[in-house]
Design a protein around this ligand. Structure first.
Ligand code: UT7
Length: 339
């Protein structure tokens, strides 16, 4: 297993990417566990016990990723007090773009009023937002970019097999967005740890529709355009990698779990969060959890959780936030940020 490690250290006066504004948008329809009981052979009791999820959001049929990204992006820009024309970069982390191409980031940039900006999509599954932040922060720290919009989100309902009870109870639709600005000082992203293990790619994937298995009447009939997942394998990987990536990044930065003020883990399953939190020793009040209301929103999970933590007043200036995600790839990403 190879791991790419980005070290930045916590020196006072270096150029950093600071989150200046944040926004979110989720699917408008609330789908409860009781609704799912009527669709597949499941129960509220099974879902709550095994996952912690009580309800999730589903986007209206006419809503695409860029529609949610537009709302979240506009809110993030307003929060940052930045006009779309001032952006240098738009990155969208997603596995459910509006179309395979062009990149949703291009469509979003134009709609926001940032036409002409550098824009691209990034496909790393549930780690999409943190991968996007790492790329944008790297460009900001290198002095190539001053202001970037990073969007993470998915409309997983479009690739969910609503006849498969082992997956359809888990997911929801949502997007988060953050405006990153160049700033000298102690605030902003301190470092990232990104990694992948393609040998686990077969545990979480969408079999058809790419160049390996192009779309055909047969692939549709065989339900190959939906998420396929080996839940137990992903579960074991998730618990291990959340701990490893967290401790690895903190040690890169000369920090320990005691230095963390808020832990924002990927919101996939409460049992994964609990197991990782036990291993890392975080007290309950330092852990952000909102998956009971949203399920797993893939690349949208971390930015929406961060947004709600800020909204709930759980972060004070100077606080250290540790965010960790895992997902398809298999991939993982940890980020430390001083607010
Ligand atoms: O962003 C990354 C995305 N993926 C993840 O994070 C997924 C990680 N994995 C998980 O969260 C868990 O593995 C699941 C929630 C997917 C499954 O929980 P589990 O405790 O690993 O259950 P299991 O797969 O071992 O299944 C246990 C039983 C099985 O029945 P039998 O064979 O014991 O009779 C399943 O058929 O539960 C059954 N089952 C269900 N029963 C009621 C599976 N799904 C359901 C369901 N309702 N929705």
């Amino acid at each position: 297993m190879r791991e790419e490690v980005a070290r930045t250290g916590e020196r006072e006066n270096r150029l950093r990417a600071r989150i200046a504004g944040i926004g979110m948008a989720v699917g408008e329809r609330v789908l409860t566990n009781f609704d799912l009981e009527k669709m597949v052979d499941t129960s509220d009791e099974w879902i709550v016990t095994r996952t912690g999820i009580r309800e999730r959001r589903v986007a209206a049929p006419e809503t695409a990723l860029s529609d949610l990204a537009f709302s979240a992006g506009r809110e993030a820009l307003a929060g940052a007090g930045i006009s779309p024309r001032e952006l240098d970069l738009v990155v969208v982390g997603t596995v459910t773009p509006d179309m395979t191409f062009p990149a949703t980031a291009c469509l979003l940039a134009e709609r926001l009023g940032a036409n002409g900006v550098a824009a691209f999509d990034l496909s790393s599954g549930c780690t999409g937002f943190l991968y996007g932040c790492a790329v944008a922060a790297g460009m900001i720290e290198a002095g190539r970019v001053e202001r970037a919009l990073v969007v993470g989100g998915d409309v997983l309902s479009r690739i969910t097999d609503w006849q498969d009870r082992s997956t359809c109870v888990l997911f929801g639709d949502g997007v988060g967005a953050a405006v990153l600005v160049a700033e000298r000082g102690a605030r902003g992203f301190l470092g990232f740890r990104l990694g992948s293990d393609g040998s686990g790619g077969r545990h979480l994937y969408l079999p058809a529709g790419g160049s390996r298995l192009p779309a055909s009447a047969e692939t549709v009939a065989q339900r190959l355009h939906y998420i396929h997942m080996n839940g137990q394998e992903v579960f074991k990987f998730a618990v291990r990698i959340t701990e490893e990536a967290s401790l690895g990044l903190l040690s890169d930065l000369g920090l320990t779990p005691e230095d963390v003020d808020l832990f924002v883990p990927h919101q996939a399953n409460l049992r994964i969060v609990d197991a990782a939190v036990r291993r890392l020793g975080f007290p309950e009040e330092k852990v952000m959890v909102n998956l009971e209301r949203y399920g797993n929103m893939s690349a949208g999970s971390i930015p929406v959780a961060l947004y709600e933590a800020v909204g709930a007043g759980r972060l004070s200036p100077g606080d250290l936030v540790l965010m960790v995600a895992f997902g398809a790839g298999l991939s993982w990403a940890a980020a430390a940020c001083r607010g």
